[in-house]
Design a protein around this ligand. Structure first.
Ligand SMILES: Cc1ncc(COP(=O)(O)O)c(C=O)c1O
Length: 400
């Protein structure tokens, strides 16, 4: 069958493919520690599950309004006003089946063929995929370890111009755990005003932050009118499989994005939306417990990786990923990821799954138990030590 030409430009999210490779290996009897996928290993808190059951039993089995049930839009508006620190009204909230549709629809709605879009590299792979898919010009905005994995606004200033339609930012970030400072965001906002571009602010890890307070770029003066905030329930409430996310959008985007929702999914699952109301308005202690546990695991994996020769790992400030530089092993991220899976039984991702700037890195999701992390560290050491002993480590920085 002849596919549409645009299909040759669509990318993918390698985490799902790596997971499938690891499971194929497990089917042959090999043990694998899974560190590829970005999802909390915790169960969705029981109060949220119970709310969904009650909703089903009450008959929440029908279509809902396209932008979401009013109760959830109100709850999101109240929560976002408090946490993101700008006034959010419910009519600017669009509920969707996950955070991913927000990027899909925002890019579909805004980016014409040839429009320039700056996206984080390394960053969530779907940004670049979608920009290419719609025929936009995807411009990587380098995220460097030397800069604490923050997008450098001065470097961004060299990448934006009158043709820039959209700049995508993500803080705390996947895959690096980097967090933009308030000052960074102010500089990015000044560029947005100067060149009249829109910002897609992916804040899905906004509550998985280990120090400081989350700052939303939409809270800066006049930025709510040029920012699409992406957020959701997948990470904060361990609800990846429920599919529930949302956008907070400028008034001019409410109708166009609602049109894309009605053309694709009509609305988000009704009972899931009631679960979302409970998530936001019910007790929050399970989020706090989860974040504290992630912080302990972060320290375990960062200290453990830094004790392995050839690894240099920053301590991430947010999200649940470690992104060590492994260039001192003399291997690329892709080569070492393969060895770790097939020789060591640890499934991590090559940094190139997130863009070319990440080629000297590996990404480990530490949203897994401390026991798994300790076992993975042992296995990684067993793979890497012989490589270093054989002298690859004598050529630090040679990996491309
Ligand atoms: C940076 C980032 N944004 C968005 C998403 C998508 O979230 P959801 O599962 O709610 O679609 C992810 C998931 O891994 C992510 O890492």
């Amino acid at each position: 069958m002849n596919l549409a030409a645009r299909m040759s430009r669509i990318g993918t999210e390698t985490a799902f493919e790596a997971g499938a490779r690891a499971r194929a290996l497990e089917a042959t009897g090999k043990s694998v520690v899974h560190m590829e996928i970005g999802e909390p290993d915790f169960d969705t808190p029981s109060n949220i599950r119970e709310a969904a059951k009650r909703a089903f039993d009450r008959g929440a089995t029908h279509y809902t309004p396209t932008p979401g049930i009013p109760e959830l839009r109100e709850a999101i508006a109240a929560d976002a006003t408090a946490r993101k620190k700008f006034p959010v009204s419910a009519d600017r909230v669009l509920v969707m089946p996950g955070g991913k549709p927000v990027m899909f629809f925002a890019i579909l709605a805004l980016v014409d063929e040839g429009d320039e879009v700056v996206y984080p590299d390394p960053g969530f792979p779907i940004y670049e995929s979608m920009v290419n898919y719609v025929g936009g010009k995807a411009i990587p905005g380098p995220i460097r370890q030397e800069n604490g994995f923050r997008l450098d606004p001065d470097e961004l200033a060299t990448l934006v111009n009158e043709r820039t339609k959209l700049v995508i930012i993500n803080s705390p970030a996947n895959p690096t755990g980097g967090v933009s400072t308030g000052e960074d965001l102010e500089k990015i906002a000044a560029l947005a005003h100067r060149y009249d571009f829109t910002v897609l602010a992916d804040e899905i890890y906004g509550r998985i932050l280990y120090e400081g307070e989350h700052v939303s770029i939409a809270s800066l003066p006049d930025m709510a009118e040029r920012t699409i905030v992406l957020d959701g329930f997948s990470k904060t409430y361990a609800m990846t499989g429920w599919r529930l996310g949302y956008a907070i959008v400028p008034e001019t985007l409410v109708t166009p994005l609602s049109r894309l929702i009605v053309n694709s999914v009509s609305c988000t699952n009704a009972a899931t939306q009631w679960a979302g109301v409970e998530a936001l308005t019910g007790p929050q202690d399970s989020v706090d417990v989860m974040v504290r546990e992630f912080q302990a695991r972060r320290d375990l994996i960062v200290d453990g990786l830094n004790a392995i020769p050839g690894f240099n790992c920053l301590r991430p400030k947010g999200a649940f990923y470690a992104f060590p530089d492994i260039s001192a092993t003399g291997l690329t991220g892709a080569e070492l990821a393969d060895k770790m899976l097939y020789q060591g039984g640890v499934c991590a991702l090559s940094g190139t799954a997130f863009g070319q700037v990440g080629r000297r890195h590996l990404r480990f999701s530490y949203a897994t138990s401390s026991e798994n992390i300790a076992e993975a560290l042992k296995r990684i050491r067993a793979v890497v030590e012989p490589i270093m002993a054989a002298g690859a480590g004598a050529r630090p920085g040679t990996a491309r």
